[in-house]
Every structure is written in C-alpha cells, then in structure tokens.
Ligand binder design. Structure first.
Ligand code: PRP
Length: 183
C-alpha cells in the first residue's frame, strides 16, 4: 500500500520508501563490518519488525539465522502500558550465540529493556539492539541501542510494519496517522 491509497487517514510521510531502503543498506553495512566472520542470530519482534527484518536480513552479507518472539506491550490503544507478555517465545536456545534484536520501533523503551535483559540472562554471548525507529520524547527507560534508523517525533506512526488495530502494516513508507482515525 502506498501513501496515496491511504491519504485520507494519514497526515504526512515521515520516512519515504527510498529513505527506508538507503538507511537499511547503511545499517546492514555497519552490522556486516562489526560481525564479520561471526554467525549471528537475528531475533525479530513480531509483528512490527517483519518488514524491517525482511529488508535488513537480505541486505546483510554475514551468515545469519532468524528467530522470532511475539511480545505484547499494549493492545489496541496508542499508549504503552509497560506490561510485557510473551505471546510466542524463541524456537531455539540462544546460549553462547551472538544475538541481534531487530525492532521496528522504540517507544517507551519498556519492551526492549525487558527483552535485552531476558536474552542476556539466557546466556547469549552478546546482545545488540538494532531499531529502525525511535521516539526519544517517549522514552521511559534508557535502552542501550547500538543502531537506530531514524529518530522521529512523538506522534502515532504507521507503516513499514507498524499498525493501528492491525491496519497499515503494509504501507510502504512511515507516516503519521490522522488523529481522527483513533480519537
Ligand atoms: C510495538 C513495537 C515494539 C513496542 C515498542 O509493538 O513493535 O515492539 O511496541 O514499544 P515500547 O518501546 O513502548 O515498549 P506492539 O506491542 O504494538 O505489537 P506489534 O509489533 O505486533 O504491533
């Protein structure tokens, strides 16, 4: 889906399709350089990270495998509650593995802070965090993030995997949702 198709429900584009692809390529080059010669496990956080994971993993030249977790930080609303539940755990043990957490967005930081601590406690050799978007103004906890695609304003954004009530994930850019849709 492109911006034109959903224009009546969106206010503006924050990150274009072209900007997404060029930033993902830059991020992949940084990961390739740091992890050259190593086997890396990419851990994606469902469902938001699906698009970023698909693009980032294909842009990487190092050897990777992929696993997924589904976590819930909030339901259908627009504000994080801080309550983290595991809806789907990883399929395999991560002991001794180099893990990169692949996230679509850091909002309050509560999800990542919990996830990073959890994967470290499971005995990963290393845990790095790579997030495509971050809202610095919404931070409630400090999360040591290695790579961020774009810092964005504290607005309700959709697209590139991000949803509102499960809609707009397939939007090919990152856009601000018109408040009339959720108010
Ligand atoms: C979103 C997003 C992150 C998390 C970030 O997931 O994908 O995982 O919230 O918020 P935080 O920094 O405030 O913890 P959501 O729970 O909406 O699930 P989804 O990815 O399936 O849409």
């Amino acid at each position: 889906m492109n911006f034109e198709s959903a224009k009546s429900q969106l206010t503006k584009v924050l990150v274009t399709e072209e900007q997404i692809q060029s930033r993902v390529a830059e991020m992949a080059a940084e990961i390739d350089a740091k992890y050259e010669g190593k086997e890396v496990l990419l851990v994606g956080v469902l469902k938001g990270a699906i698009m970023f994971m698909a693009d980032l993993s294909r842009a990487l030249n190092i050897s990777t495998s992929m696993d997924w977790m589904a976590l819930s930080s909030y339901g259908s609303g627009t504000v994080s509650s801080g309550v983290i539940r595991i809806l789907k755990d990883l399929d395999a043990e991560i002991h001794g593995k180099h893990v990169i957490i692949v996230e679509d967005i850091i909002d309050s930081g509560l999800t990542l802070s919990w996830l990073q601590a959890t994967l470290t406690a499971r005995g990963a050799a290393s845990v790095d965090v790579v997030a495509f978007l971050r809202k610095p103004a919404a931070a409630k906890v400090e999360v040591p993030v290695w790579l961020v695609g774009y810092d964005i304003p504290n607005e309700f954004v959709v697209g590139y995997g991000l949803d509102y009530n499960e809609r707009y994930r397939s939007l090919n850019c990152v856009a601000v949702l018109d408040p009339k849709v959720y108010s």
